[in-house]
Design a protein around this ligand. Structure first.
Ligand SMILES: [Zn+2]
Length: 437
């Protein structure tokens, strides 16, 4: 990027990053809240200033359009997850701040840099005098982090390109994504108690608690739980205060990589089973041998199983569980196996993604990546779910490089400045190779 372009780019990126586009209260013309709408209208107006045609589909999703012909989609998103624990941030989460060769801000890596880099890659190609042989559509989703309502709306009011990329994960090329099932297991309660834990189906539970009038304090401590004699309400929905309470502490991680966290429900479940609060076998099903379901494995990886949210009612205890299964195994086979653990209800499902490793899309992107990274890397498979699944033939491609990806959804999210440079070059060259040449 030359200096003038770089100034323009940084100006645009900083403006978009400064909008705290966390999902908010829906209003008549802002389905995901005012701030998300602001991020979208701002980005579309920047694109128009750069000379592109744009469309805004009712503030659910927008797009930047260049050229005509068979469309090629680049799917990014402008919504972000909340800042989270403010005390853990070293800078203001919505004031883009450059420090030690890094740009800190919520959305710096997920996913605003990729969206603005792609926009400027299109602009630079246009300024170089190129005209695409097929239509390039930069699709800007507004609800990626909480339900994909944007993609659903796009499919209702427009026609999704069949082929494309989603720059919303890591480099190199991601040719496969595991199938995702969120299921809710139900097990009978044998004694009265209430318990709750976890924040979302795809986040490893880092805090859980149980309250009961006759809670066995010694046994709770034996299982590593912390007993609070004053009872009290932890503030989680479903938590009943006033009785004897025991708490379990763990470490959060993404539901697709449970091995990186420590599930607070593990010790709590062991306590419940040992104390005769629930049936024997629940611990083994949730945290033990799991009826062998984790034996499913193929070239896209092993099945992962993470019980992340616990709740109770008068008769049952429920575990909302995040399951990511290998791309080449059928959903039916997986569900049959999951039923060996206990009764469950499916809450949501995302079909796996599996692309031809030797197809034009994957091989072209691998070559582009090699050119700018200097590294010859095989395409990879992941457990996460990206917008690439919304395409018939789609792959996730960048933008994170290595360790910086760990800052996504965490306090002090950052993108390395060198990654920002590479992103622009890689997306520019990828669009050139796939849509212009
Ligand atoms: Zn994202």
């Amino acid at each position: 990027m030359n200096k003038e372009l770089k100034n323009k780019f940084e100006n645009a990126l900083f403006k978009v990053l400064s909008v705290p586009s966390v999902q908010g209260k829906a209003t008549a013309d802002a389905p995901f809240g005012e701030e998300v709408k602001k991020a979208l209208t701002l980005t579309l107006s920047i694109a128009e200033e750069l000379g592109f045609k744009t469309k805004n589909y009712d503030n659910y999703v927008g797009e930047v359009i260049w050229g005509t012909g068979k469309p090629f989609g680049v799917l990014c998103h402008l919504d972000v997850v909340p800042a989270g624990n403010l005390a853990a941030w070293n800078t203001d989460p919505f004031t883009p701040t450059v420090k030690d060769g890094k740009l800190f801000c919520r959305g710096a890596l997920d996913d605003k840099s990729a969206a603005i880099s792609t926009l400027f890659a299109m602009y630079a190609l246009k300024e170089d005098g190129y005209e695409p042989k097929r239509q390039i559509r930069l699709i800007l989703g507004c609800n990626e982090e909480s339900g994909w309502g944007c993609i659903k709306h796009y499919n209702e009011v427009a026609v999704m390109p069949e082929e494309g990329i989603s720059p919303d994960a890591d480099f190199p090329v991601i040719y496969a994504e595991k199938g995702i099932l969120h299921v809710k297991y139900a097990f009978k309660k044998l004694k009265q108690f209430t318990a709750c834990g976890g924040t979302a189906a795809n986040v490893v539970c880092d805090y859980a608690c149980v309250t009961a009038a006759d809670l066995d304090k010694e046994l709770a401590e034996k299982h590593g739980l912390k007993v609070c004699l004053d009872g009290g309400n932890c503030g989680n929905s479903g938590c009943v205060g006033g009785e004897i309470k025991a708490e379990s502490f763990g470490k959060a991680a993404h539901g697709s990589t449970p091995e990186k966290g420590l599930n607070a429900l593990k010790a709590l479940t062991a306590f419940l089973e040992d104390g005769g609060y629930i049936e024997k076998g629940v611990y083994d099903g949730m945290f033990g041998a799991r009826a062998g379901v984790e034996n499913f494995e193929d070239e896209t990886g092993k099945l992962t199983f993470s019980p992340d949210v616990l709740s109770t009612d008068d008769t049952h205890v429920y575990y909302v569980t995040d399951i990511r299964y290998p791309s080449t195994v059928s959903r039916e086979t997986i569900e049959k196996s999951l039923a060996k653990i206990g009764d469950f209800e499916v809450l949501s499902y995302q079909a796996p993604l599996f692309n031809d490793k030797n197809g034009k899309l994957v091989t072209t992107l691998c070559k582009v990546w090699e050119k700018y990274s200097g590294k010859k890397e095989e395409p990879i498979a992941i457990g996460g779910g990206t917008y690439a699944r919304a395409l018939k033939c789609g792959v996730a491609f960048g933008p994170a490089i290595g360790k910086e990806a760990d800052s996504i959804h965490q306090p002090n999210e950052f993108v390395t400045l060198s990654t920002l440079d590479i992103m622009f070059d890689v997306y520019k060259d990828a669009l050139y190779e796939l849509c212009i040449k």
